[in-house]
Design a protein around this ligand. Structure first.
Ligand SMILES: [Zn+2]
Length: 133
């Protein structure tokens, strides 16, 4: 039977140095391979209105994807997120609204789940090809 990619929704914010001041975040671990993280509504202490995350006037939310390894994130207290192997994002997208961020996060998880599924299926094929030889 084909192994299914595990999709784990975790509670911690998945990226961004100012994440603790982001009032909105979603974080999904896709198999062992990808961290899909969306954050937004960045309200710094002392500010009365939210700040943008990017250069655009309405960049209030962003999704980023990072490559992860099989080990749990050492600082996670076992919440289910994995260690990031490379903090250079594989994908990034910004949005103006929480609605767009919500949809964008879901679409990104779907895309990377398919990609991860293809990768483990390919790995399985190579493995069985090697054992036959
Ligand atoms: Zn975590």
């Amino acid at each position: 039977m084909r192994k299914r990619i595990a999709i784990t929704h975790v509670g911690c914010a998945g990226h961004y140095i100012g994440a603790k001041h982001c009032r909105w975040h979603r974080h999904t671990q896709v198999g062992d391979l990808y961290r899909v993280s969306t954050i937004g509504n960045y309200l710094q202490p002392g500010n009365s209105s939210r700040d943008t995350l990017g250069g655009g006037e309405t960049d209030f939310f962003e999704t980023m994807v990072f490559h992860t390894g099989p080990a749990q994130d050492a600082e996670s207290e076992g919440c289910g997120c994995h260690e990031v192997l490379d903090w250079c994002e594989r994908y990034g997208r910004r949005y103006a609204t929480a609605q767009e961020a919500q949809a964008g996060h879901d679409a990104t998880v779907e895309t990377y789940a398919e990609l991860a599924q293809e990768q483990i299926t390919e790995k399985g094929k190579k493995r069985s090809w090697k054992t036959k030889k």
